[in-house]
Design a protein around this ligand. Structure first.
Ligand SMILES: *Cc1c(COP(=O)(O)O)cnc(C)c1O
Length: 216
């Protein structure tokens, strides 16, 4: 599919959901994609991109920004504490805050540099053992720590539903907990399910292969 086609599907989903006034971020997830494909999307005027690795992003985005101008860059993949400093300088938004140690590191770094990207807490809605994300019963504690104690700019919640489940239940759960905690943004929905995610309240869809083509 093309960017244009995706953006039009987003508009139709918004209309069907009665959400035409809502702003929905279409994050073009460009991890592992050839530069030519990314440049094509930049040339079409899109300026919101997502990546899942800090190192890979450092290798390509400063050059692309130099060539095409400012973009809004989202980190959607796991963040190691030893990459926090670099990630905070490059990314405008980080979707993968999932543990206490990371919160402490981001807090101390933001005091040093005087700013902090917008942050999402990643929630393990499927309660999967091997999966990143805060378990639902730990979320109160993590939010208290990040938002209240460390005053970090937590804007919403993110989830990556279990591969073998229908994502819809996870979207509903995530939306409900975000609402309960009065968090305005919900990061959910990817190439195969972004239309459903928008109907269930997503504000940030993360779309890779449907925009750029299959990853090599
Ligand atoms: C790769 C990735 C996406 C995009 O996946 P597609 O299925 O290609 O749309 C979204 N979110 C995260 C966290 C990812 O790692």
């Amino acid at each position: 599919m093309s960017l244009e086609k995706i953006l039009s599907k987003v508009e139709i989903a918004k209309e069907e959901a009665g959400r035409l006034k809502d702003e929905i971020n279409v994050i073009a997830v460009s991890k592992v994609q050839p530069l030519a494909r990314i440049k094509k999307v930049l040339e079409q005027g899109h300026r919101v991109f997502g990546e899942n690795r800090v190192q890979e992003s450092l290798e390509k985005w400063p050059k692309l920004i130099n060539e095409y101008g400012k973009v809004q860059l989202h980190l959607v993949g796991a963040l190691q504490t030893n990459k926090v400093k670099e990630a905070m300088k490059l990314f405008n938004v980080i979707h993968s805050i999932d543990r206490e140690k990371l919160i402490l590191k981001i807090s101390s770094e933001s005091q040093k540099i005087g700013f902090c990207p917008e942050l999402f807490i990643q929630v393990n809605t499927g309660n999967e053992n091997q999966k990143a994300g805060v378990k639902i019963d730990e979320l109160d504690y993590i939010l208290e720590l990040a938002k209240v104690k460390h005053s970090l700019p937590i804007v919403g919640l993110m989830c990556l539903p279990p591969i073998h489940d229908s994502p819809l239940n996870h979207f509903k759960i995530l939306y409900e907990i975000a609402k309960k905690h009065e968090l305005p943004r919900v990061s959910m929905g990817m190439s195969n399910d972004f239309v459903d995610a928008i109907k269930l309240g997503s504000t940030d869809v993360r779309i890779g292969s449907a925009i750029f083509g299959q990853r090599g």
